[in-house]
Each structure stands twice: as C-alpha cells, then as structure tokens.
Design a protein around this ligand. Sequence first.
Ligand code: PLP
Length: 349
Amino acid sequence: MAAQATATPSALGLGEWAYDRGEFVSATARRLPLSTQALHYGTGAFEGIRAYRSDSGLFLFRAREHYERLLRACQVLRIIAVPSAVEELIDITVELLRRNGHEGDTYVRPLAHKLSLLPNTPPGVSLAGVSDGLSITTFGFPSGGTVQGTRCAVSSWRRPPRDTLPAQAKIAGGYVTSALACDEARAAGFDDAILLDHTGNVAEASTANVFAVLDGRIVTPPDTGDLLPGITRDTLITLCRESGTEVVERVLSPAELFTADEIFLSSTGKGVVSVTSLSGRDIGSGAIGPVTTRVAALYDSATRSTAGAHPEWLTPVVTDGDPRAGGRTVGEVPRGSRTRTTPTSGKQG
Ligand SMILES: Cc1ncc(COP(=O)(O)O)c(C=O)c1O
C-alpha cells in the first residue's frame, strides 16, 4: 500500500488520492500502460455514485445498488481481479473519501477494466486471457438545490439494442453512442440528446433516463427496453409511488414527448432535470413544471435527509474534519444504515 495520505479538503475537482488495483495512490500518478485493453476496445465498466452533504454529515447514496450493478457488469466482461463483495467496495470508497477530505457533495467514479494480455493469449479482442483491474476516483461536485432546465434534441443516433450492447451495465465502449449524440446536439445549439431505440420509441437521454408527464400521469419507458435501468429512475419511481403519485412504465413514442405537459431526466450525475424544450419546441409552457418540481423535491429530501423513509439508501462517510470523527468513530447514524469505521486493508480481492 502507498504511504498514508493526509486528508486535504477538496471542495472542487479531483480528490488527491485514488484507489487503483489494491492500493491508495496519488490520483494523478501515471500507472496504466498504453496497451491497456479497455483503452483500445472499450472493455471496461464504470459507475457514478454520489455522496451528499445531509443534515447530519456526508452520506453515499445507494452505494450498494451502484456496486451491485458494477459487479454484474464485471461478470459480463469477465473482470475478476476486483473485490467481489459489495461491502468491501463500499469500505474502500468510504476510506478514499476520508483520505480525500471531501466535506461537501462528491462524485465517486469506480472503473473496472480489462488490462493486459496474459501469457499465451494471442493479441486481439478478447475477454478471457486478459488481466483486469479496478480504480476509484473522487471529485468534489457541489449540486444546487433548485431544478435546472435543459434544452434537448431528439438524436439521429439510436440507442444500441440490448442484444448488441448489454443494457443493464455502464459499459465504457457503449458511451461512444452517448458522446456522438451529445456532440450532435451541442453542435446544433442544444444541451443534451434524447435517443430512440431501434424501433423508433424513446430509449433514454445520453446519460439519463427519461420521464414524461402525460394527462397528469408520469410515464417512463420500461427497464426491459434498450436503456440503462437507472438507480435514480428506480429511486424516483419508488418515491412517487410511496407518495401516492402513479408512475406508468410503458413504451413511449417520440410524438408523445412533443405533446407532453412536462419531461424530466434522471441520473446520479444530474439528479432531476427539467426538459423545457425538445428539438426547438417548447414542452408544455416551456418552463419547469409543477410535477418535475415535486419529484425533484422528493429526490432532494431522500438524498439529503436521514429522517426519510429509506435510511438504508444512505451510507455514512466520516471525514477527519467531520465533528462526528473524534477518534474516527461514527456518531449519529440513521436507522437502517451501517456504521463504517474500519479502514480497508487495500488488498486486492
Ligand atoms: C446511458 C445512461 N442512462 C441512464 C443513466 C442514469 O442512471 P443512474 O440513475 O443510475 O445514474 C445514466 C447515468 O449516467 C446513463 O449513463
């Protein structure tokens, strides 16, 4: 393991320390060879996890579900040399956040990837016979309390079908489609793109799921379609249903989007974002609508309040500057969440 880090508060930008293949190292150290397979073939999978500053400290939001999704992706890509237990991955993440001294909202980026050809593996594209690794970096990432509006375009790029690119995982190579769609939208003066699937129905945005408000009901494409089953999507559906708001999961046509009262996007990175116009046409009144505002408030309170209905979604992170840290013990921990005080050994699983 690398030398012990001193916690350097990092409100913004890349945290000083990263986790890479079993060690805590400088986040800017150059460690991967140019021959890294994932760099050439996109054979990696990543996650985006948020830690939110709540009323009683910093908490990772739904870290368990994010790491479960990452481990499923690792299975698909035959990535085996990473800790295989969600608990261990969460412990490593909590320790990394502590070392980096993030006190405010933070973004955590785990990346599992294929690395180098093992002896007797012929050169070329393969999964078996290739070593692998896992890195985790963290970024200070403050998020505002108010809902943002965004102008989207319907993309000419289609979301690849799930029999071409596994839909249930954030496979690195698949993000070429997102990048093409985003680039096309931005070059045309929009902020983001909504992609259709190969049948011409709504799939998802470049890095978010799509919801529409139609005749007072919230509709979103089913997670059996060609889309990433977002953890934010699941969070919103759960919170809406618990608060008595109906959410219908069904095929959604692009024509319905143009006539929707409201459209909103959901993702870990962006939270809940209102789509105020689509391909140059106003959605509803062209302003952020009341349903989107209500859903965003539900999400905000679930991510930031330990008194909500889902304490099991929150993992406490105790940094050295945290008043709870005194001797590195966790003080008040919400009902149902787990206390983490043990630094990881850093060994590779
Ligand atoms: C293609 C795509 N769809 C949907 C989402 C939303 O997923 P989640 O809510 O789990 O962040 C993301 C997240 O980045 C994404 O990249």
